[in-house]
Design a protein around this ligand. Structure first.
Ligand code: GRF
Length: 215
């Protein structure tokens, strides 16, 4: 069983998707700890309901980013975390933290990276007028929403979408994609070479997702 920790700041619906996936008897990973920088994060309650240990590390109580990140690593290592999943964690991590956890630190972002990094990715997609949007799971590197992409999933953007409607469509995909990636990593099928990811024994979909559709 791969020991997975989750870092979050808010709602925690991706944490919930991971908790639910881990509940399946054949799932090769377990959530062993959840850390929030926000004491009021709903995600903490989700973890507690699932019997998962939680830590609140309030970034306001640390003098520097380095001091905060060092404490996060200490808690993660105390819990023997092997993989760390960012799931709506709204703090920029220091280069030291990111390099300490290289290829053991994942993020999920609600866009087809490298488009629309940063905040309000779904509104950025609407503003750009793209016809397909989606989400990406990637290994974390020092730049915001940067790093080798492991998996992506796409949805159409509809003419009457607002950010709320598009976000909901993407979020439903996020909840399927993140557990799938954790499973692939736990199965030892994910390799990074020259900052590109390959996945052994995986199948690309046949056919294309097109918007408008071709017929
Ligand atoms: C998700 O859209 C995720 O892609 C982004 O932050 C949001 C977190 O949502 N990084 P939740 O807290 O998992 O519900």
């Amino acid at each position: 069983m791969l020991r997975v920790a989750v870092l979050l700041s808010g709602r925690g619906s991706n944490l919930q998707a991971l908790i639910d996936a881990c509940g399946a008897p054949d799932f090769p990973a377990e959530i062993i700890h959840v850390i929030s920088n926000n004491p009021d994060a709903v995600g903490l309650l989700r973890a507690q309901d699932a019997g998962i240990g939680t830590s609140v590390l309030n970034h306001r109580e640390y003098e520097t980013r380095e001091a905060f990140d060092t404490e996060v690593t200490r808690v993660l290592e105390d819990a023997n975390a092997e993989l760390v999943c960012l799931a709506g964690f709204m703090r920029i991590l220091t280069e030291g933290f990111v390099s300490h956890w290289t290829d053991r630190l994942l993020n999920i972002h609600p866009s087809l990276l490298p488009s629309f990094k940063g905040l309000d990715a779904q509104q950025q997609a609407l503003d750009a007028g793209v016809k397909l949007a989606g989400c990406s799971v990637h290994f974390v590197r020092p730049g915001v929403d940067e790093g080798p992409i492991i998996a992506q999933a796409a949805v159409p953007v509809l003419d009457d979408d607002d950010a709320k409607a598009l976000s909901a469509r993407i979020l439903a995909l996020e909840h399927r994609l993140y557990p799938r990636v954790v499973r692939l990593i736990a199965e030892g099928r994910v390799t990074v070479v020259d900052e590109r990811v390959t996945i052994s024994d995986s199948q690309a979909p046949t056919g294309a997702l097109s918007n408008p559709s071709r017929d």
